[in-house]
Design a protein around this ligand. Structure first.
Ligand code: PHE
Length: 453
């Protein structure tokens, strides 16, 4: 912690690095299935409102904490107020929970690259293909091992900068491809237009508390909030950069990619299922079931499919690297571990957890903790819907009542006047804490089936 901190060369460097961490499977895989499941347009609307108010405030607070203290989460909370040190630890556990199952999905992506590259689009487009694939005990584990192994090797060698460079080139191409596939689906497939309507017109009768619960969990996940990552990023940020402007750019980028991914996947679900509710509620497997059908129906679908999944792979890899890097640096700082042993420890833990996650689809398929469909969904729920709101809650209390908002506003004002002062104060003091508690209570009640929301 006491080594000299390097800093981002300039504004673009910061925004790109933060956006690189933010844009990943969360945008391309997670957002569309939640939007499909939780009412389409109404989910989109709730998500956007939350992003520009709640997400903005929390991201501003985290980056400002990082830049002000020059420390990452555990050290930062400790320095700000000893009693809040535990929040830093809480934040630190989250990436460790996400990394294993993130890598399981990364493995699915690799499997799909191989499938399309070997001309299997037609086979993969079969209705039961993916659900049958998950039942296999060996293969998904092997792809998972490859993905997490690759992540670990990159983190151990410290060559993530190289990967990030590649991915910065890939990212714009990915956006263009997503857009292209969306347009193709909408224009070429009968029934897709209803999907567009479902996706962009809010139907208030589909609104429930669970829409908000899901949207908020997604917001944390997608913007890499409430897990100390933005604090670390802030600690590397130079003083002459406007935090506010940077956040606007990150948000626009992150939400833009998520929006387009939804536009690519949801109309396709309609086209192939006739708007059948069951197809909309498929959950985590949605992208892997729907997209092969689209690619299979396209000319040169195998090539487009392979290229598409390669891009997704790079987006996922940069995110998994930043997840692992976060956990590794915490072990290095706190346990004074050397880099390689720290990497190996994180790898070992992730292997065990990832293995359990893979087996959750076959051997352990009857274990449905909290009534959730599988272990992957369970880990995802614990991280996004329980631990992240708790972390965000204490962050808001610390900033709103212990330090007082002005303390961070002073920091936010450096590098350009902070315009959203009022919003920041009201959000962080009152709305955010009350709102988070409400959300937390409802998601727990729902999970334990006490009240169905
Ligand atoms: N935000 C990333 C995504 O949307 C996930 C992630 C979270 C990555 C935290 C790094 C750190 O996929």
């Amino acid at each position: 912690m006491d080594q000299k901190r390097s800093s981002f060369t300039g504004k673009i460097g910061f925004v790109l690095a933060a956006a690189g961490s933010a844009v990943g499977l969360g945008n391309i895989w997670r957002f569309p299935y939640l939007a499909a499941k939780y009412g389409g347009g109404i989910f989109l609307l709730v998500y956007i409102i939350l992003a520009v108010t709640f997400g903005f405030t929390l991201m501003a607070a985290e980056i400002a904490i990082g830049r002000k203290t020059g420390l990452s989460a555990i050290g930062a909370f400790k320095q700000l107020d000893k009693r809040f040190t535990f929040v830093g630890y809480l934040a630190a556990i989250i990436p460790a929970i996400i990394l294993p199952y993130y890598s399981v999905i990364g493995g699915w992506v690799m499997k799909y690259i191989a499938g399309f590259a070997t001309g299997q689009a037609h086979v993969m487009a079969g209705d039961k293909y993916f659900s049958e694939y998950l039942k296999i005990i060996g293969e998904p584990i092997i792809w998972f091992l490859l993905f997490i192994g690759l992540t670990a090797v990159i983190v151990m060698l410290g060559v993530e900068k190289g990967i990030e460079k590649v991915s910065k080139v890939m990212m714009p191409v990915l956006v263009v491809l997503i857009f292209g596939v969306a347009v193709y689906t909408i224009v070429a497939m009968p029934g897709a237009w209803e999907g567009v309507v479902y996706y962009i017109t809010p139907d208030f009768s589909k609104f429930s508390i669970m829409t908000v619960v899901a949207a908020m969990g997604q917001l944390f996940y997608s913007m890499s909030l409430a897990m100390g990552i933005m604090i670390t990023f802030g600690s590397y940020m130079k003083k002459d950069i406007s935090i506010e402007k940077s956040i606007h750019q990150i948000e626009l980028f992150d939400t833009g990619v998520a929006f387009l991914a939804g536009l690519m996947i949801i109309p396709a679900v309609f086209a192939f299922s006739g708007g059948n509710e069951d197809a909309l509620g498929t959950g985590p497997t949605l992208m892997f079931v729907t997209l092969p059908k689209v690619f299979d129906s396209m000319p040169a679908g195998n090539i487009i499919g392979a290229v598409f999944f390669v891009m997704v792979f790079f987006a996922a890899l940069t995110s998994s690297i930043s997840l692992m890097e976060t956990v590794v640096s915490i072990l290095q700082d706190k346990l004074k571990m050397k880099r390689i042993p720290a990497c190996l420890a994180v790898l070992g833990f992730s292997l065990a957890m990832g293995l359990i996650t893979c087996l959750g689809f076959n051997v352990f398929k009857d274990i449905k903790p909290l009534g959730l469909d599988d272990l992957l969904t369970f880990f995802d729920f614990i991280a996004n819907n329980i631990l992240m709101p708790v972390t965000a809650f204490f962050t808001a209390i610390l900033v709103g009542f212990v330090l007082k908002p002005q303390y961070l506003i002073d920091e936010l004002d450096i590098g350009g006047a902070f315009k959203a002062k009022r919003l920041f104060k009201v959000m962080i003091k009152y709305i955010a804490p009350i709102f988070i508690v409400a959300i937390l209570v409802s998601s727990v009640l729902d999970a334990f089936d006490i009240v169905k929301m």
